[in-house]
Design a binder for this molecule. Structure first.
Ligand code: TYD
Length: 140
C-alpha cells in the first residue's frame, strides 16, 4: 500500500443508539469497517501540548475515534497533507496503510480510541520520515 493517498482516509459515520439515558455506538469489524478488528487500544492522560503518532504503517488499517474530547489528526502521503479534527464519538477516521500520521492538539481529558486490523507488530512501523518518503517512492 505504498501508493495510498490521504484521499483514501475518510470519515466513517457510525451508528448511535440513543435513549434518555445516553448513547451507544456499536462497531463490528467487516460489517461497519473495511477490515476485521484484531486489536483495540486507546490513548488517554495526554499532557497538554504533546503529540503522538509520528509514524506510518505498511499494512495496518486503523479507525481512529475521539471517544471523548477532541484532537487533530495530521495525514501526509508524501505529496498531499491534510488535518482532520475528530471531536464526536460517532465518527471515525479510517487511516489506510502507507500514510504518515501525527496526532496533535489533544483537548484536556481526550480519549483516542483506535481499532486496528492486526495485532501489534513493530516491523509494520515506519518511524523515520525520510524512510517513509523512500518507501513511498519505491515502485510496487
Ligand atoms: P506507538 O505506537 O509508538 O505510540 P504513538 O505513536 O502513539 O506515540 O507506541 C508506543 C509504545 O507502546 C511503543 O513502545 C510500543 C507500545 N505499543 C504496544 O506494545 N502495543 C501496541 O498495540 C501499541 C499501539 C503500542
Amino acid at each position: 500500500m505504498n501508493k495510498s493517498s490521504i484521499y483514501d482516509c475518510v470519515i466513517i459515520p457510525l451508528n448511535k443508539i440513543h435513549n434518555r439515558a445516553g448513547n451507544i455506538t456499536v462497531i463490528e469489524g467487516k460489517k461497519h469497517l473495511p477490515f476485521d478488528i484484531k486489536r483495540v487500544y486507546y490513548l488517554y492522560d495526554i499532557p497538554g501540548g504533546e503529540g503522538r503518532g509520528g509514524h506510518a504503517h505498511k499494512e495496518l488499517f486503523q479507525l481512529i475515534i475521539a471517544a471523548s474530547g477532541a484532537f487533530d489528526v495530521f495525514l501526509d502521503d508524501g505529496q498531499n497533507k491534510k488535518i482532520v479534527t475528530l471531536n464526536r464519538p460517532n465518527f471515525g477516521l479510517l487511516v489506510v496503510p502507507g500514510i504518515w500520521r501525527e496526532l496533535l492538539e489533544f483537548s484536556s481529558g481526550a480519549i483516542c480510541l483506535v481499532l486496528a486490523s492486526n495485532i501489534y507488530n513493530e516491523n509494520d512501523y515506519i518511524r523515520e520520515y525520510k524512510d517513509y518518503i523512500n518507501y513511498k517512492s519505491m515502485s510496487t
